[in-house]
Design a protein around this ligand. Structure first.
Ligand SMILES: O=P(O)(O)OC[C@H]1O[C@H](O[C@H]2O[C@H](CO)[C@@H](O)[C@H](O)[C@H]2O)[C@H](O)[C@@H](O)[C@@H]1O
Length: 280
């Protein structure tokens, strides 16, 4: 399917679309984490939000008419440590396999016994080939991180992982290249299924947007087709199903500000005592 270029922020910020959000009862803002709200770094446990994002998230989390949801490839229980401590977030982690609710309740879709066994085998086999330190083990998937390696090394690691993946693919797994590595994910859950479940409890006229940067976010974008605004957050544009392209961090902050202005009851322009001024 042909993918059109997403609109750049300068043409979108004054568009009619905001009128729909302004003053409406219900809105849903779904946010990816890595690459979208936080720049990539080598150590995944040190991936901090762009300056100014924490303030915006705190303000949005207080808006009673909107639902703020984080949809991440990370394990759900890892993400709260990277978000402002006073937010009690709703998180869909591990590509839709897990859900952590604001009240602390946790739900996860189990793997089939064959998937479970195959994932253990894959982890062991990758370790035996000397790549154990590159592995991130999550509910339902294994990520193999190659950030910081040369292209040749990355190709070699990917080749080894690819041949092992071929051994377990028939047990129900997807092969997902992502920014900084590859992931082998048990089939059945994805960011698309997360988006579908989130929206299944929302009224049809709720205003919805999803912000993401990576190839796994394209699954969410496609699931949102005709239902909400798909926003690519990335330094450079690429072929995408998104409607809008934001360059982080300034355009991301401006988007969050404009969303807040539309949904908040306060309608104050002096909200931020933050370290960042939005683009004019
Ligand atoms: O769906 P996301 O919230 O965007 O998560 C995608 C993956 O993010 C993490 O890895 C990425 O970020 C790390 C920290 O910047 C970086 O070191 C790594 O190279 C990136 O691929 C996370 O570790 C993965 O589990 C997520 O799937």
């Amino acid at each position: 399917m042909a993918e059109e270029k997403p609109a750049p922020w300068p043409t979108w910020r004054g568009s009619e679309w905001w009128r729909r959000l302004n003053g409406r009862g219900r809105s849903v803002l779904m946010l990816d984490y890595d690459g979208t709200l936080a720049p990539f770094v080598q150590d995944r446990l040190r991936a901090s939000l762009y300056p100014g994002v924490a303030d915006r998230l705190l303000a949005l989390a207080q808006c009673s008419q909107m639902r703020l949801v984080f949809v991440s490839g990370r394990a759900a229980r890892e993400l709260p440590h990277l978000l402002p401590p006073s937010i009690q977030p709703e998180i869909w982690g591990s590509h839709g396999r897990e859900r952590l609710l604001p009240d602390g309740r946790y739900q996860a879709y189990p793997l089939s016994p064959a998937q479970s066994e195959a994932l253990h085998w894959l982890s062991r086999s990758i370790g035996e080939r000397g790549f154990a330190q590159l592995l991130e083990t999550k509910p339902g998937s294994l990520a193999l991180h190659t950030r910081g390696f040369s292209l040749d090394e990355e190709r070699q690691i990917t080749r080894v992982a690819g041949s092992l993946f071929a051994e377990i693919e028939k047990s129900g797994f997807d092969w997902l290249p992502f920014d900084g590595g590859i992931e082998v994910r048990a089939a059945g859950c994805s960011k698309a299924t997360a988006v579908e479940e989130i929206l299944s409890t929302e009224p049809a006229d709720a205003i919805v947007a999803y912000l993401g940067d990576d190839r796994t976010d394209e699954e969410a974008f496609r699931a949102l087709s005709g239902r909400g605004l798909r926003v690519l957050v990335r330094e450079t544009v690429r072929p995408t199903a998104a409607d809008l392209w934001l360059k982080p961090p300034d355009e991301l902050l401006a988007f969050l500000d404009q969303w807040w202005e539309a949904v908040s009851d306060e309608k104050s322009t002096a909200l931020w005592n933050s370290d960042h001024q939005s683009a004019p």
